[in-house]
Design a protein around this ligand. Structure first.
Ligand SMILES: Cc1ncc(COP(=O)(O)O)c(C=O)c1O
Length: 395
């Protein structure tokens, strides 16, 4: 075992006095729930991703729920998505009473395989919900093409992809413009920028944006900010069933600072991912992640596929014994007890062999902006040594 005094977490948000100062300003302003800071954060986020509309909500799960609802997904409908994702992706579909239809991921990488979508389209298909898993843009050109040619809206689960880019009509553009109909982001602390918890919906549709704003605040016809600032008495109405999916001004103030940091955070993460690539490229047994020519990842996570003769749990434990935290490959939603009822979902006829293999045979290595180059080298060497030792043991 390699002795070390290091403790390397799998992720760590970068928060300092700038976020503290932003929160202090909001606390002292006396307006702490959804208000001017949320509006400013939305406007700055929209500018950043070049979206017509950005609407902040409490997290990405609620964003996904509102996105599906806006598109009209309801009981009995089907939404084509992946099982290889965080459970919230499919849960949001079930909140609408609809059924997630799980297709497999590509042979290379961890994103939806567009070639498997067509055969799953039925008269009940109401939407495609693709995921930019681990921050790596999925093959949106092909997915949007399929959606458009069948009149099926496409929602991007961009929970992990704030700051990632895609080559679109020969131009590099931020994920979230959006390139499909609606994109949903997460600001959970495991993501590249965080507000503690938080989410954002972006869209080119004023109609969808209007719905998001209505539904996120109880379906209330007049927002608090308008009533508060009015010189006339205003009685609000509740024309539709809504939710409390608000982001607070405290969170938004943090989000604004984080957004200003984002280009530097992404640049640092890209540097660290390149270092991992250099260090691991020559280990013949490991499969390291690669960007397609049309994608620039924010490297929210760096996930490697282990060779079949290496046990995932043993490897993770051995690394943890050396002070290095890792996580297993992305979960498979259909394998969880919450999805044990076969009526809760449908698995594509092509099955999910790659999704299962990725869950069981991949590990996520530490990657965060404050991580040093030496720490990346340490993790790289530790993993290479483990592979070599194991190879020797079974030879
Ligand atoms: C792909 C994906 N979708 C949705 C979510 C849910 O995000 P949130 O925790 O902000 O609700 C996550 C969170 O990890 C995620 O990774």
């Amino acid at each position: 075992m390699k002795p070390t005094l290091l403790q390397i977490p799998v992720a760590r948000p970068l928060l300092d006095e700038m976020e503290v100062e932003a929160v202090r300003r909001v606390v002292l302003s006396g307006w702490v729930t959804q208000g001017p800071e949320v509006a400013a954060f939305e406007s700055e986020f929209a500018d950043f991703v070049q979206a017509d509309h950005a609407c902040a909500v409490s997290n990405c799960t609620t964003a996904l729920h509102l996105a599906l609802k806006a598109i009209g997904v309801g009981p009995g409908d089907e939404v084509i998505t992946v099982s290889h994702s965080f459970i919230a992706t499919a849960n949001a579909i079930r909140y609408c009473g609809a059924i997630p239809v799980f297709v497999d991921i590509e042979a290379d990488g961890f994103n939806m395989d567009p070639d498997l979508i067509l055969s799953e389209i039925t008269s009940r298909t109401k939407a495609i919900l693709c995921v930019h898993q681990l921050g790596m843009p999925c093959n949106l050109v092909s997915i949007v093409d399929i959606g458009r040619s069948h009149g099926i809206p496409v929602i991007e689960d961009a929970a992990c992809a704030t700051g990632s880019e895609i080559l679109w009509n020969d131009k590099w553009q931020k994920i979230g413009k959006p390139h499909a109909d609606i994109a949903c982001f997460s600001f959970h602390p495991r993501k590249v920028v965080t507000t503690g918890d938080g989410g954002m919906l972006t869209t080119g549709s004023a109609e969808y944006d209007h719905k998001f704003r209505l539904w996120r605040q109880h379906g209330m016809s007049v927002p608090d900010t308008v009533r508060h600032g009015s010189k006339q008495v205003i009685y609000e109405g509740y024309p539709e069933l809504g939710y409390n999916y608000r982001m607070t001004d405290l969170q938004a103030a943090i989000g604004r600072v984080q957004l200003a940091r984002l280009p530097a955070l992404v640049a640092r993460r890209r540097h660290l991912a390149a270092l991992y690539g250099q260090g691991l490229r020559n280990t013949p047994w490991l499969e390291i992640p690669a960007e397609p020519s049309w994608a620039r990842s924010n490297w929210q996570s760096y996930c490697v596929k282990l060779p079949p003769w290496i046990d995932q749990r043993d490897t993770m434990q051995a690394l943890l014994d050396m002070g290095v935290s890792t996580r297993r490959g992305i979960m498979n939603i259909h394998r969880e007890d919450a999805y044990a009822d076969k009526a809760s979902h449908r698995v594509a006829a092509s099955q999910l062999a790659r999704s299962i293999a990725a869950q069981e045979g991949a590990i996520i290595l530490p990657l965060f902006a404050q991580m040093t180059d030496d720490e990346v080298s340490f993790v790289t060497e530790a993993l290479c040594d483990l592979c070599s030792d194991r190879r020797t043991a079974i030879a």
